[in-house]
Every structure is written in structure tokens, then in C-alpha cells.
Design a protein around this ligand. Structure first.
Ligand code: NDP
Ligand code: GDR
Length: 356
């Protein structure tokens, strides 16, 4: 048992849920920040939640928000974390074009608020800090593959907010000798991925089409290419960064790139459908070779005002210094997400049946 204490912002998100599990397995006491919501928002961590009255409870949830500095200072003071993982963020790139100011407040200033909380409370010697930085920093890529030294060129309010968060983390490390590290993580997915990110949107839709409860999958840019890994691997990398003697910044990725179109093909192949692409641009469609049915259409609504065309990592530094590497292949990732969503859609249908 490590006996250490961790505080995680964004614990109700995909990565928060995997990281909380990992730290509990390692013997940590884990405090997570959840937002007040009018409906339940803890589904991803419900299975690790233990009644706090239980004397063996090591996982605790606290209300909080990255836009509320008094709340953050109090939570850091009360929990006195050895490790603070800042995973909370308005994390959807497209949504950041709709809510740019809020995104800057939570993603950029939220990071500053946490760093200041550590400083105000004089926890610089005790609390190690992890910042959830992102490959979106590279945006309009200046070099391929992207590594720690590749210049940044963000292409969205989200990317710009995360750029501030990246540099303020570096600045606090250099100014106040904080053990603060940036994980520059490339896209990572899982069955717990938010439903509006492209991979999960695809696996959910393919499962729903397979079960006959959806006709068409509408997507935006099919040509976008991403370096997709599994979230479970990546939270291990976050933890490793905070176990190093010296803080530093690391790229985590698979070193492999695939297009959205390829992801669609793989997902349909899982339910034994072969997709043929016809037409071009906004008129492109994906047709089921066997039945001739159109299953995929392009909807320009999902095009972004500025797009990040491709992202490909060079994770050599993490491999050499942390001994970290991605272990889940693209095929296995799609397979795991498809297997899960084929079940999830059925369960949702059952539930609906009960309310009808
Ligand atoms: P999710 O969107 O799944 O989770 C985000 C979490 O942040 C949720 O718990 C959400 O709460 C919480 N949150 C949002 N706004 C606030 C706020 N104002 N105050 C407090 N909490 C807030 O993201 P992921 O788990 O996928 O990503 C984790 C982090 O890593 C994010 O910072 C993301 O930007 C970054 N990142 C993610 C990558 C990926 O591929 N997944 C790659 C690189 C970086 P709620 O559940 O209530 O919405
Ligand atoms: P991204 O993930 O923007 O890379 O950010 P997302 O899955 O949203 O998009 C990936 C690519 O797919 C294209 N795309 C679509 N995207 C969505 N969401 N919906 C669609 O219908 C669609 N059609 C095509 C997008 O244009 C894009 O090129 C994720 C988030 O987790 C960030 O928080 C994180 O920092 C980065 O990954 C690394």
C-alpha cells in the first residue's frame, strides 16, 4: 500500500475514471472533484464508489469546479494531496468554438488556479502536479511526427486555452520549483469515451445500426487522421511522470495514425459489414456492399472552423525515460469499443422499454 493521497479534477470523465482505479489499486487514497449537475454524472466511477461511512473507504468525491478558486483552494487544503492530477476540462474541440470564453476559464485559468492553490498553501515541496496537455497544441503541424520539441500551433479555442495551461505549468515549475509535469497526450479512447468524440460516436452508431435502432451515421471530416490509443495505457503514463525524481514534459502516443474513414470501416467490419465509399466531399457516402444501403453520410455541421488534419506522435522520450509504451493496437481498440457498445445499446433499449 502506498499510503499516498491523490486529488483528481475531472474524475467523472474517461481518464479520471481509469486513473482513479489505477491509483486505488496502488493503495492510494483518492479524492475526486465532481461538478454539481441536475442529473447523475458519476456513472463512470459508480462501481468504485464506497460509502464514506465505511471505515475502509479510500475513494471520496467532493463538489467543485475549476472556475471557482475558493473552492479549489479549500479542496487542496482539506485533502493535502501528494499528487494532484488536473484532468478536468471542457475537452471537446468543436464545443470550444461555441463556448470559447468558458473553455478558456476552465481549461486555462483553472490550471492557474490549482497551481496558485499549491503555492498559497505552501505545498510546493509536497504536492506533485500533472497537467493534462494535449496533441491539439500542435494543431497545424510544423513537423511530423510530433515530439516534445515540435513547435505548437493550436487551431481552436480549446487548443489555445491548453497552450496557456501548458506554459503556466512550465512557468510554475521554473519559478517555484514545483514538481509539475505536462503529459502531451495524443487521442486516447475506450468504452468509457464521451459519446460525442468521433470514435465513440462511430462505435455507438454502428452498434445501433446493427441492432436496427438507427439508420445512418452522420460525420464531418472523414479524412482527418489521428494517433488513437487506449486510455487505460495512458493513465499509467500520467502516474509514471509523477514518480520521476525530476518533473518534465512527455509525449504519449502510439506512433501510428489512422483516418476517421478507416475507423468507420473497421467498426462496420466488426459486425460483418463492408463499406464502399462513393462520391466526394459533402456528397460522399458509405454504402453497405451487401445490401446497397447507405449507412454513412457527411454532414457539414460537423466540420470545424479550423481543422487539425493529422496528428502522429513520436513517443520515444516516454519510452526511454519512463519505460512507457502504448500496448493496445488499433484493431484491438476498435474491437473492445464495438463489443462494449453492442451491449450498451441493448441495455439502453431495455431501459427505454421499461419507461415506454
Ligand atoms: P472528459 O471530457 O471525458 O472528462 C472531462 C472531465 O472534466 C469531466 O469529469 C468533467 O466533468 C470535468 N470538467 C469539465 N469542466 C469542468 C469544470 N469547469 N470544473 C471541474 N471539472 C470539469 O475528458 P477525458 O477524460 O477524455 O480527458 C481528460 C483530460 O485530458 C482533459 O483535460 C482533456 O482535455 C485532456 N486530454 C484528453 C485526451 C483524450 O484523447 N481523451 C488527449 C489529450 C488531452 P463532467 O463529467 O461533469 O462533465
Ligand atoms: P479531437 O477528437 O478533436 O481530436 O480531440 P474528436 O474525436 O472530437 O475528433 C477527431 C477528428 O474526427 C473528426 N470528425 C469528427 N469529430 C467529431 N467529434 N464528430 C464527428 O462527427 C466527426 N466527424 C469527423 C474531427 O473533425 C477531428 O478531426 C480529442 C479530445 O479528447 C481533446 O480533449 C484532446 O485534447 C484531443 O483529442 C487530443
Amino acid at each position: 500500500m502506498s499510503g499516498k493521497t491523490a486529488l483528481i479534477t475531472g474524475v467523472t470523465g474517461q481518464d479520471g475514471a481509469y486513473l482513479a482505479r489505477l491509483l486505488l489499486e496502488k493503495g492510494y487514497t483518492v479524492h475526486g472533484v465532481k461538478r454539481r449537475s441536475s442529473s447523475f454524472n458519476t456513472a463512470r466511477v459508480d462501481d468504485i464508489y464506497v460509502d464514506p461511512h465505511d471505515e475502509n473507504a479510500r475513494f471520496f468525491l467532493h463538489y467543485g469546479d475549476l472556475t471557482d478558486s475558493t473552492n479549489l483552494i479549500r479542496l487542496v487544503q482539506e485533502t493535502q494531496p501528494d499528487e494532484l492530477y488536473n484532468l478536468g476540462a471542457q475537452s471537446h474541440v468543436q464545443v470550444s468554438f461555441e463556448t470559447p470564453e468558458y473553455t478558456a476559464n476552465s481549461d486555462a485559468l483553472g490550471t492557474l488556479r490549482l497551481l496558485e492553490a499549491i503555492r498559497i498553501l505552501k505545498l510546493e515541496e509536497k504536492t506533485r502536479f500533472y497537467q493534462a496537455s494535449t496533441s491539439e497544441l500542435y494543431g497545424l503541424v510544423q513537423e511530423t511526427p510530433q515530439r516534445e520539441t515540435t513547435p505548437f500551433y493550436p487551431r481552436s479555442p480549446y487548443g489555445a486555452a491548453k497552450l496557456y495551461a501548458y506554459w503556466i505549468t512550465v512557468n510554475y515549475r521554473e519559478s517555484y520549483r514545483l514538481h509539475a509535469s505536462n503529459g502531451i497526450l495524443f487521442n486516447h479512447e475506450s468504452p468509457l469515451r464521451g459519446e460525442t468524440f468521433v470514435t465513440r460516436k462511430i462505435t455507438r452508431a454502428v452498434a445501433a445500426i446493427h441492432h436496427g435502432v438507427q439508420d445512418t451515421l452522420y460525420l464531418g471530416n472523414l479524412d482527418a487522421q489521428r494517433d488513437w490509443g487506449h486510455a487505460k495505457d495512458y493513465v499509467e503514463g500520467m502516474w509514471l511522470m509523477l514518480q520521476q525524481d525530476e518533473p518534465d514534459d512527455y509525449v504519449l502516443g502510439t506512433g501510428e495514425m489512422h483516418s476517421v474513414r478507416e475507423f468507420v470501416e473497421k467498426a462496420f467490419a466488426h459486425v460483418e459489414k463492408s463499406i464502399e465509399w462513393r462520391g466526394e466531399g459533402v456528397d460522399e457516402i458509405g454504402v453497405d456492399r451487401a445490401s446497397g444501403r447507405t449507412l454513412v453520410k457527411v454532414d457539414p455541421r460537423y466540420f470545424r472552423p479550423a481543422e487539425v488534419d493529422l496528428l502522429l506522435s513520436d513517443p520515444a522520450k516516454a519510452r526511454e525515460k519512463l519505460g512507457w509504451q502504448s500496448t493496445t493496437s488499433f484493431d484491438r481498440l476498435v474491437q473492445e469499443m464495438m463489443d462494449s457498445d453492442l451491449q450498451v445499446i441493448l441495455t439502453e433499449q431495455d431501459r427505454q422499454g421499461r419507461y415506454d
